[in-house]
Design a protein around this ligand. Structure first.
Ligand SMILES: [Zn+2]
Length: 118
């Protein structure tokens, strides 16, 4: 039986969603909470080695108070613990160095660059 591979699962998930930001929580649901950042970095290395693109990361602060937060109810700006960040990742496919044109002599060149690893 084939061993479950977080890296392969996440790679497949990213490749099905080019240029779509995916939050870190979703990726943890796919591959498990531990070491997911390390494994996303492995996915990035595999993509870059294959010349297929990369994985970008962005971190966005989430401002605003929880509904039950007293500080928020009175409009205070204070370190009440409500502030969090969301981290998300996206697969950015490699851009071909030269645009391919569908002229008869280079039709074969259209086959390898379709964005699939396998
Ligand atoms: Zn608060």
């Amino acid at each position: 039986m084939k061993r479950h591979s977080f890296t392969a699962d996440v790679l497949a998930y990213f490749k099905a969603r080019p240029n779509v930001w995916i939050d870190a929580g979703t990726l943890q649901d796919i591959g498990g909470r531990f070491a997911s950042r390390t494994r996303i970095s492995e996915v990035r290395k595999r993509l870059e080695k294959a010349g297929e693109g990369t994985i970008e990361n962005r971190v966005i602060p989430q401002r605003g108070h929880r509904p039950e937060c007293a500080a928020g109810r009175y409009g205070y700006e204070m370190r009440c613990g409500c502030e969090t960040v969301t981290s998300s990742y996206r697969y950015v496919p490699a851009v071909p160095a030269e645009p391919l044109t569908a002229t008869p002599h280079n039709l074969n060149a259209l086959v390898p660059g379709d964005g699939r690893l396998w």
